[in-house]
Design a binder for this molecule. Structure first.
Ligand SMILES: Cc1cc2nc3c(=O)[nH]c(=O)nc-3n(C[C@H](O)[C@H](O)[C@H](O)COP(=O)(O)OP(=O)(O)OC[C@H]3O[C@@H](n4cnc5c(N)ncnc54)[C@H](O)[C@@H]3O)c2cc1C
Length: 364
């Protein structure tokens, strides 16, 4: 199934998924079958080897329908990217074809109660044990944690950051569903507890010391890029819905679009959405050629696009009036989801620090 047909087939379901707090299992199967969960993986691992621009457009289309659909592609892609970049040939052969098929669904488990923006503060601990390791710790806010079959877990081993793949059916893994959060409600979030979980040595990705800067860094970079494009889709959908409503709705004998103030707001939204798309397209180009600026241009794209999605969805709610505040309002759902995008995968403030450092480095 192509992206447009899939999006058209599920567009009217997104509100129901948001209320249910989950995606139906068959949606995961359909997305995997269409190659949406492995878009930029090499063909030899079951992927569809799309360019960064093609991956971006896929995420924009998914994000323009339902943030949880985009989030599924994001998380699966984050874990696959980490395995592809840092796994041994044996680890790639073992994990990547399954991740491409959505079997298992993957979860990225980094955040803890005391470690969010600063992931160097994680306290989850990996200890050496016969045949491998044991893992103890508590992770929070794991997207698709409720249905994940494997988690990429950031932990510490003898004071060094490490990343390990932990199957959800290992003894000592406890999944506690999280629901009712502001946005991304259909993304089946969970807190996950690891209570002395046995982990074989071959599940360690990259050497000790590489877990945060390298493995988690690769995953977050991939996540930021796909979230950025998802935000482009959200902004463009909200702009279209707002313009359509303004053109149809009449008050006091005048169409909303007849008011200069409403047209000006739509104009600002058009500028925001366009700037977000251009920032993401630039990131795509530098990523395809693995240019040295790729990471910072991805941060810039995500920062720009998340703020655009937030601003445009807020304007869309305003233009819809009470209809934008209704329980089943798509623009209301995008407004809630967009606000989350300014916190996850590097908050606005963390991105500003990163971008400010970059500006200082390249001063003339
Ligand atoms: C819907 C949702 C899904 C998520 N999915 C996942 C997931 O799949 N896996 C996962 O591991 N985590 C996930 N998270 C967690 C998310 O990554 C964290 O919320 C995020 O990293 C921010 O951490 P925090 O919430 O602890 O905020 P904090 O780090 O406590 O930050 C709070 C505020 O302080 C600001 N701040 C913090 N440090 C600085 C600084 N140095 N300079 C300036 N300002 C600063 C932040 O910008 C923010 O505004 C998810 C969260 C949500 C809401």
């Amino acid at each position: 199934m192509d992206t447009a047909s899939f999006c058209d087939s599920v567009r009217d379901e997104a509100g129901g998924w948001d209320r249910a707090g989950t995606l139906p299992a068959e949606v995961v199967t359909t997305m995997a079958g269409a190659g949406f969960l492995s878009a930029d993986l090499p063909v030899r691992y079951g992927g569809t080897a799309r360019t960064q621009a093609e991956l971006g457009e896929l995420c924009a289309r998914l994000g323009g329908v339902c943030s949880a659909l985009r989030a599924l592609a994001t998380v699966q892609g984050m874990v696959a990217a980490a395995v592809l970049r840092w796994g041994t040939p044996e680890q790639r052969d073992r994990w990547l074809p399954g991740l491409a098929r959505g079997e298992p669904v993957a979860g990225f488990a980094a955040t803890e109660a005391g470690a969010g923006s600063d992931l160097s503060a994680v306290t989850s601990a990996l200890e050496v044990a016969p045949g491998g390791f044991r893992l103890r710790g508590q992770k929070l806010w794991v997207t698709f944690g409720q249905c994940a079959g494997v988690f990429l877990v950031l932990a510490m081993l003898d004071g060094q950051p490490v990343a390990v793949l932990v199957e959800a059916d290992r003894p000592g893994v406890e999944v506690c569903p999280v629901g009712g959060q502001l946005g991304l409600r259909a993304a089946g979030l969970a807190d996950v507890r690891f209570d002395g979980v046995p982990v074989p040595a071959e599940n360690l990705l990259a050497p000790p010391g590489f877990g945060l800067s390298h493995v988690t860094g690769t995953a977050l970079d991939h996540g930021r890029y796909t979230v950025a494009w998802g935000c482009v889709g959200m902004a463009e959908t909200c702009l279209g819905l707002a313009a359509g409503h303004a053109a149809r709705r009449t008050q006091g004998g005048v169409r909303l679009s007849g008011h200069q103030a409403v047209r000006a707001l739509l104009g600002r939204c058009l500028a925001e959405a366009g700037a977000a798309r251009r920032a993401c397209a630039h990131a795509a180009a530098v990523r395809d050629f693995a240019e040295p600026d790729a990471v910072v241009q991805t941060v810039l794209a995500k920062y720009t696009a998340a703020r655009a999605a937030s601003a445009v969805s807020e304007a869309a709610v305003q233009i819809h009036g009470a209809a934008g505040c209704a329980a089943d309002s798509p623009v209301g759902r995008f407004f809630r989801d967009a606000r989350v995008m300014r916190i996850i995968e590097g908050s606005d403030e963390v991105a500003e620090q990163h971008l400010g450092d970059y500006a200082l480095r390249r001063r003339t």
